[in-house]
Design a protein around this ligand. Structure first.
Ligand code: HEM
Length: 321
């Protein structure tokens, strides 16, 4: 009993830390200091996605990769310096795998013109990811705001904390649990792969070696992605070949026919614990939309810097001097 009482304060502190930081964010954070921020971001995203739908996918991926490394603090957006390697060249970010940094710069310039030194790069990224989803046909949601920007990157974390395309289901679940996310969040957020592209280097093993891949789909992808000796690492294929540019539930319908492009995708539907959620999302677009929106808010709540922590960066690529 005494031991339990001793543990109680520690548990309360842990609970406050886990929920507390995210709980300090609020959708109206800039309502008096920068009331136009949401429309500035939305307009820039609308123009960018109209010109090239892939920029929407790029924003969504950047948000995920930022939040999984030290929390949603725009640490991913920092360029390398002569003394400190950034996150852009590390782990799953390396090899031209992430893009869209120029678009963030464009939006940041417009936001600074409207409200100087007020809105963090981390919040701009959270809004851009939400708008990307909605502009591509997916749901919208109120984005809790008030994040501040990191003053240093974590390139080691980018190497260890981001899941790779060969990760199995246990590894994916563990990687999400390490960030306070559930396997339901994993199933819903993976639906982001309803848009965007992957490089041959990310799906070659899957289409040549996996035994749970649809034979017709594998043959089609092998046409895009040659054997290693023939090069072609950067050849691209859509992550959702059914409806590549639409934010819908096509990704889950692909998984149900063995046409997941990445090994990690098909792990969600491989006679395991998440099969039933894949079936739910694949057959009920509304269930997917509402779970995806809720999980994006939880993703955005991972360890934000708030209050006096961090800074409001003036240029998303560098810390303020
Ligand atoms: C569950 C574990 C995940 C793994 C293993 C994974 C892995 C990958 C890989 C390997 C690529 C292709 C990269 C390349 O070949 O250049 C990719 C692309 C992408 N990922 Fe994920 N991902 C995961 C989860 C997520 C989540 C949670 C999101 C967002 C919420 C996301 C959004 C995207 C998007 C939108 C693209 C396409 C980017 C583009 O076209 O530029 N992914 N992912």
């Amino acid at each position: 009993m005494a031991r339990r009482l001793l543990l109680l304060p520690a548990l309360l502190v842990a609970a406050a830390l886990a929920g507390g930081a995210g709980a300090q964010l609020s959708a109206g954070f800039y309502s008096s200091t920068c009331p136009t921020v949401e429309s500035v971001v939305r307009q820039a995203m609308s123009q960018a996605v109209t010109n090239n739908t892939r920029t929407g996918a790029a924003m969504l991926r950047l948000f995920f990769h930022d939040c999984f490394v030290n929390g949603c603090d725009a640490s991913l957006l920092l360029d390398d310096t002569p003394t400190t390697p950034g996150e852009k060249g590390a782990g799953a970010n390396a090899g031209a795998s992430t893009s869209g940094f120029d678009l963030i710069d464009t939006i940041k310039t417009q936001v600074e013109a409207a409200c100087p030194a007020t809105v963090s790069c981390a919040d701009i990224l959270a809004l851009a990811a939400r708008d990307a989803v909605n502009l591509l046909g997916g749901p919208s949601w109120a984005v809790p705001l008030g994040r501040r920007d990191a003053t240093f990157p974590n390139s080691t974390g980018a190497g260890t904390d981001l899941p790779g395309p060969d990760t199995d289901l246990d590894g994916l679940v563990a990687g999400f649990a390490a960030k306070g996310l559930t396997s339901r969040d994993l199933a819903a957020l993976s639906g982001a792969h309803t848009v965007g592209m992957a490089r041959c280097a990310s799906f070659r093993t899957r289409v040549y070696c996996d035994d749970n891949v649809s034979p017709a789909f594998a043959a089609q992808q092998r046409g895009v992605c040659p054997v290693p000796a023939a090069g072609g690492d950067d050849a691209l294929a859509p992550l959702d070949s059914l409806t590549p540019d639409e934010f819908d539930n096509g990704y889950y319908r692909s998984l149900m026919t063995g046409a997941g492009l990445l090994h990690s995708d098909q792990e969600l539907f491989n006679n395991g614990a998440l099969d039933s959620l894949v079936r739910l999302y694949g057959t009920n677009a509304d269930a997917f939309s509402s779970d995806f929106a809720a999980s994006m808010v939880r993703l955005g709540n991972i360890a934000p810097l708030t209050g006096a922590a961090g800074e409001i960066r003036l240029n998303c690529r560098t810390v303020n001097s």
